[in-house]
Write a protein that binds this ligand. Structure first.
Ligand code: 5GP
Length: 204
């Protein structure tokens, strides 16, 4: 039987560029994976295709999906529902394919509760990285600006602590490279391959 695939969860604060990074991974076929198409009640944007970008559904259908337990997670974001259909994700993982979810931080938290074996990647804004150093070494901004930044950075860092990896989205190409490196490393992590070796040793 094939090994189970990796569940890759790409998330991060809104506006960080998750969608752009995901599209670059999909477009450039950076590594082999299946993309989990979410269900949403928002209207398609020009160029978006039903069944490829999202399953665009009515609120009635979405609520039915919630009640029937069809969703791995869902969230309401800016007046619309977004959710991950669970059946295709399980099927793709069981077939040995890696599955990529690009979802918001609330959804990612719910997925972590249900599928803790997933690989949780937090995309951070580029200035978060330098913010720490700046705040430590410089005191040129007014106190309330510094406090505002610290509050914001704290909130983002607190969310990050539930993830396995933090990838800085300074450029899309860099972020994609880091994500590829993470996926490659996860495939050879001992906790994921040990069972194969246990079987091999027993068979000898
Ligand atoms: P957009 O409307 O710009 O395509 O997406 C808005 C937000 O919804 C983004 O932050 C995106 O990551 C998030 N999102 C997309 N699909 C899902 C999903 O299935 N579940 C959750 N929780 N968030 C999603």
């Amino acid at each position: 039987m094939a090994n189970k695939g990796l569940l890759l969860v790409l998330s991060g604060p809104s506006g960080v560029g998750k969608g752009t990074v995901k599209s670059a991974i999909v477009k450039n076929k950076v590594f082999p994976f299946e993309y989990s198409v979410s269900m949403t009640t928002r209207k398609p944007r020009p160029g978006e295709v039903n069944g490829k970008d999202y399953y665009f559904v009515t609120e009635k259908r979405f609520k039915e999906a919630i009640n029937q337990g069809e969703l791995l997670e869902y969230n309401r974001y800016v007046k619309h529902y977004y959710g991950t259909p669970v059946a295709p994700v399980k099927k793709m993982l069981d077939a040995g394919n890696d599955v990529l979810l690009e979802i918001d931080v609330n959804g990612a938290r719910k997925v972590r509760e249900k599928m803790p074996d997933g690989v949780f990647i937090f995309l951070t804004p580029p200035d978060l990285h330098t913010l720490h150093l700046r705040l430590e070494h410089r005191r040129t901004e007014s106190e309330d600006v510094i406090m505002g930044r610290i509050r914001q950075a704290r909130k983002e860092i607190l969310v990050m602590q539930d993830y396995d990896y933090a990838v800085v989205n300074d450029t899309v190409a860099n972020a994609v490279d880091h994500i590829k490196a993470i996926v490659d490393a996860e495939h050879v992590s001992v906790k994921r391959v040990i069972d194969n070796y246990r079987k091999m040793v027993r068979e000898d």
